[in-house]
Write a protein that binds this ligand. Structure first.
Ligand code: SDX
Length: 438
């Protein structure tokens, strides 16, 4: 069972080499993975802060949702491996697992799916929000705006201290993200919005809202729908990554859940994070042919060149990202289903992977393909434009964000996040008026 209560029987003693002062800091152990040193009393006892600019060595919270072992290439949700979940489960069941901690019984599953299904429509006036955007607006810009605006419509679920209202907001967000994402896509095409259909499952409904048109019936392709569902599972949650930490920090100020998710969308957009799936396809297009791969590998290694091999490397994984492996086989399935026997992008990607994984620079730095390396190839083959790739990542990650937010809100105390700093600016000085200055 997971360890809810953190008790400490171990400690670290810190010594100030100049003064000899020592401070004993408690150590907490988790169910699995590195222990943590609790530094909360460090400033009070030593007058020192710690320094960890990108929080790579800092635990920001306790969590029971997801665990990653970067060295072993392990990813599990509530103890279940990502490989088993993508193979044997589905996105709705994984969403329930992330939200509530245990897999649902069949009755709980049916109730959950019913709740999500009956929240998929958005308020009709939200359609007008889209009219304000240029048709060529990046769909992530649209999603930042429209998801944040949801808090202007659902006043009956904004009380963050009411567990029932928190649950309704979570269901609304999980249910409405596909509808809004599809609307952003349709708007960019100048095509009419497609209303959700309650007779379709989550992934089928999303594909229908994206690729269906009112003029004719839309035929669901079960292989593509299953691949879409797998892609959603693979992107659902990933510990305290940049966007999840953004959601938690926004939530710590007691902002409403819709605003918190909008902040997560904004953070995910960056090409170093969720925006990488779009950047991978743009990079492959830029490379163009296999004979140009060495040129780009050289650029990726050149410290003077800002170019990075998009879809490679990870802040935590120093082994293969398990999600990339699942996506690579899913890519082959989708291409085969679509009769794309020779996809130049896929061939280029596999050749790039082969060459990079033989290059000492990447091997020494343990830079393996990550979740974004193959996802774009599948999404492009399914008909999505590259600008929609990160929107799909945000759609799937919403359940992870809102589960982490829910976990934070269920903690006995909610404290606003407030990092400190090392001040290196000017010492105190008197103001001099501009007349005397010039
Ligand atoms: C996601 O955090 C999460 O969990 C994120 C995510 C999730 O599900 O939420 O997994 C989703 O964001 C996946 C990552 C997608 N981003 C990309 O694919 C962009 C390309 N990758 C890089 O920008 C980079 O790898 C990062 C940002 C992902 C990680 O950056 P770090 O932590 O700085 O990488 P590192 O410390 O491991 O780097 C070690 C060395 C450095 O060189 P040296 O100083 O040792 O000489 O490797 C180099 C880096 O410059 N390096 C790369 C590289 N990634 C790292 N060199 C070339 N190409 C790359 N892609």
């Amino acid at each position: 069972m997971s360890k809810n209560k953190t008790t400490s029987h171990k400690s670290f003693t810190l010594t100030n080499d100049q003064t000899g002062q020592t401070v004993k800091l408690p150590v907490y152990e988790g169910t699995v993975g590195p222990s943590v040193i609790d530094i909360r009393k460090l400033y009070e006892e030593t007058g020192h802060f710690t320094m960890d600019p990108s929080f790579t060595a800092t635990g920001s919270c306790k969590s029971r949702i997801t665990y990653i072992d970067g060295d072993e290439g392990i990813l599990m949700h509530r103890g279940y491996s990502i490989e088993e979940l993508t193979e044997k489960s589905n996105f709705m069941e994984v969403s329930y697992l992330l939200l509530y901690g245990e897999p649902p019984t069949s009755g709980e599953y049916d109730d959950f799916v019913h709740n999500i299904t009956y929240h998929t429509m958005v308020h009709e006036q939200i359609h007008y929000f889209f009219r304000g955007f240029r048709r060529d607006a990046h769909p992530m810009a649209v999603m930042c705006g429209v998801v944040g605006a949801l808090s202007a419509f659902y006043h009956d679920s904004l009380d963050i201290w009411d567990p029932k209202q928190r649950e309704i907001s979570a269901h609304r967000l999980i249910a409405k993200m596909p509808t809004l994402a599809a609307m952003a896509y349709k708007y960019s095409l100048g095509q009419p919005f497609m209303y959700p259909r309650n007779d379709l499952n989550y992934a089928e409904n999303f594909l229908y809202m994206c690729f269906g048109v009112p003029a004719e019936p839309y035929k669901i392709n079960p292989v593509l729908a299953r691949a879409m569902d797998k892609i959603f599972i693979l992107h659902a949650d990933h510990e305290q990554n940049a966007s999840t930490s953004t959601v938690r920090l926004a939530g710590s100020s007691q902002a409403n859940p819709f605003a918190c998710i909008a902040s997560g969308i904004a953070s995910l957009w960056g090409p170093a994070h969720g925006g990488a799936n779009q950047a991978v396809l743009e990079m492959l297009a830029q490379i163009g042919t296999k004979d140009r791969i060495p040129e780009f590998i050289a650029r990726a290694k050149d410290k003077e060149d800002p170019f990075r091999l998009m879809g490679f490397g990870h802040r935590v994984y120093k082994n293969y990202d398990p999600r990339a492996q699942v996506l690579r086989s899913a890519a082959h399935e989708v291409l085969q289903e679509l009769g794309i026997t020779k996809d130049p992008m896929m061939e280029l990607a596999m050749e790039l992977e082969r060459i990079a994984l033989e290059d000492p620079y990447f091997v020494e730095r343990k830079l393996f393909p990550n979740v974004d390396f193959y996802s774009g190839i599948i999404l492009k083959a399914m008909g999505f434009p590259t600008s929609m790739f990160t929107v799909l990542f945000a759609l799937a990650r919403t359940v992870g964000w809102i589960s982490q937010w829910k976990e934070m809100m269920e903690e006995p105390t909610l404290k606003i996040g407030r990092p400190r700093q090392l001040y290196t600016g000017s010492p105190a000085r008197p103001y001099v008026s501009i007349k005397e200055r010039s």
